[in-house]
Design a protein around this ligand. Structure first.
Ligand code: KIV
Ligand code: ZN
Length: 518
């Protein structure tokens, strides 16, 4: 029996990043790409270069930085998009253009306003043009699962004839069910001319919670690439979750007879990194990477586990890199051990960043009895990776007074090196602090979301604050952490403001203060 390789195509940075409330900057995308490359994904879909200059730059930076995986750029089936994608992936060891057009009757009539013949023609033209620019071309039929089989066969045959090397069958709206999707794929693969010349791929959304089930059924039917995202993030209910697919194929190799190139011991760290950077929390009961995925609470289960692990565990936490102990370091840990631990968690920092992180770590050790892996992640992501390189504002000091009535806050910042401070009242210390900050910065961004999480369950935990700020058409996230939740909240707000300025600068627009700092 032959054991085939299934290629893992990760679209966290494209379809994942496209989902509501997620907004990653270039440095964050690069960190994720490095983690994906270290984990062994076959393809990183780094973005949609024609969507914006920021997307183009991020894809191009990843193409230059990430070594190992193929770097793909998404493009609609038109020359402009395809040329942009080709330019963006130019620096990659191996670049791919992923071009797509919709094929379902509803999309063709109402969205594209194109007759089926025109869609076939566009497919041939787009794939032929992409193939003239790069060797590796993927073609997707958007909304394939609601398209007619005969029509898809015609479109896919045209795509392969024009040079497509991968043919992707998306369930764009998460409508398919496993048996039906498997049959559908088999019929298309059988009917398509020169089907064997392409690698067959699926891309499934999770609207009915069936994305992973549909993806692995497709593998059983012969798909040899699956498109997925870390933690299943993506449009609406998300995409198929990478970690679930990879572990299902690994643990149930007896059913699928395939393997992937993923180093599964890196799944947990990748999940944590994506969760922290995107602000999308992993539910505790999430398969593979949730906090409770390996927790045995019931007495009968605990007894069974003590007698023999396999009574209630089908995989070991270390298979996915989940920590068995939460305690990692303390105040006696040296710089060398600290750097080793951070690198093992998959973070790539510069010398300077390591130095800064170590100083912050030592400060944290003075405040906290135990420093856990979660604390270290919060520190690295919030205090090192999220900090804007040319930040306009830095938090200098703050004081709050709160009781049952209105709270008062005084906040001091440095703005381009100069001290500025102001005071305000509000409904609680965070509201008052944010009002004081708005008085200083002279603009009134809309606070669209505010959340505070804790890195551990103890009362000396790091508070991790997350904000989403909107200013005209710019939406950014801000992050900050501290053992003092008010300080964490202020840091997150200021981080968001600095990101607004960074976004504005990247777009060549100026943020005009509505009032002078006072
Ligand atoms: O869901 C979808 O159809 C897509 C395509 C662009 C592959 O994301
Ligand atoms: Zn999609």
């Amino acid at each position: 029996m032959t054991i085939d390789r299934v290629r893992i195509f990760d679209t966290t940075l494209r379809d994942g990043e496209q989902s509501a409330g997620i907004n990653l900057n270039r440095a964050e995308k690069i960190q994720i790409a490095r983690q994906l490359a270290a984990m062994g994904v076959d393809v990183i879909e780094a973005g949609f270069p024609a969507a914006s200059q920021g997307d183009f730059d991020a894809v191009s930076a990843i193409a230059h930085e990430a070594r190992g995986p193929i770097i793909a750029g998404l493009a609609r089936a038109n020359e402009g998009d395809i040329k942009r994608a080709a330019d963006a992936v130019k620096g990659a060891e191996r670049g791919r253009i992923h071009t797509f057009i919709a094929t379902s009757p509803i999309h063709m009539e109402y969205k594209l306003k194109m007759a089926p013949d025109e869609v076939v023609r566009r497919t041939s033209q787009a794939v032929a043009y992409a193939s003239s620019l790069v060797k590796d071309v993927e073609f997707s039929a958007e909304d394939a699962s609601r398209s007619e089989v005969q029509f898809l066969i015609e479109v896919f045959s045209a795509a392969i004839a024009a040079g497509a090397t991968t043919i992707n069958v998306p369930d764009t709206v998460g409508y398919a069910t496993p048996g039906e999707f498997g049959d559908f794929l088999s019929r298309i693969m059988e009917g398509t001319e020169n089907s064997h010349k392409a690698i067959w791929s699926v891309h499934v959304h999770n609207d009915l919670g069936l994305a992973v089930a549909n993806s692995i059924e497709a593998v059983r039917r012969g798909a040899r690439q699956v498109e997925c995202t870390i933690n299943g993030i993506g449009e609406r209910a998300g995409n198929a979750s990478l970690e679930e697919i990879v572990m299902a194929l690994k643990v149930r190799k007896d059913v699928f007879s395939v393997y992937t190139g993923i180093d599964t011991t890196r799944l947990y760290d990748a999940s944590r990194l994506v969760s922290r950077l995107t602000g999308v929390q992993v539910p505790p009961n999430k398969a593979i990477v949730g906090d409770n995925a390996f927790a045995h609470e019931a007495g009968i289960h605990q007894h069974g586990i003590m007698c023999k692990r396999e009574t209630y565990e089908i995989m070991h936490p270390k298979d996915v890199g989940a920590p068995e102990s939460k305690l990692v370091m303390g105040k006696h840990s040296g710089h060398h051990a600290f750097v080793k631990e951070i690198k093992a968690m998959g973070y790539a920092l510069s010398e300077e960043e390591f130095k800064r992180a170590f100083t912050l770590f030592k400060e944290l050790c003075d405040k906290k009895e135990m420093v856990t892996k979660s604390d270290m992640e919060a520190l690295i992501v919030d205090e090192i990776l999220s900090v804007c390189p040319d930040r306009k504002f830095v938090v200098k000091d703050f004081a709050v007074q709160s009781g049952r009535g209105k709270a008062t806050a005084t906040v001091s910042l440095t703005e381009n090196g100069h001290d500025v401070s102001d005071a305000a009242t509000g409904n609680g210390p965070v509201d008052a602090s944010y009002a004081a900050i708005r008085r200083i910065i002279g603009i009134e961004p809309e606070l669209r979301a505010y959340r505070i999480l804790s890195s551990t369950e103890k009362s000396d935990a790091l508070g991790e604050a997350r904000v989403t700020l909107k200013y005209y058409d710019m939406e950014v996230q801000g992050r900050g952490s501290s053992t003092d939740v008010i300080e964490a909240s202020i840091k997150a707000y200021i981080n968001g403001i600095n990101r607004l300025y960074q976004t504005a600068a990247a777009r060549g627009v100026e943020i005009v203060r509505q009032r002078k700092a006072g």
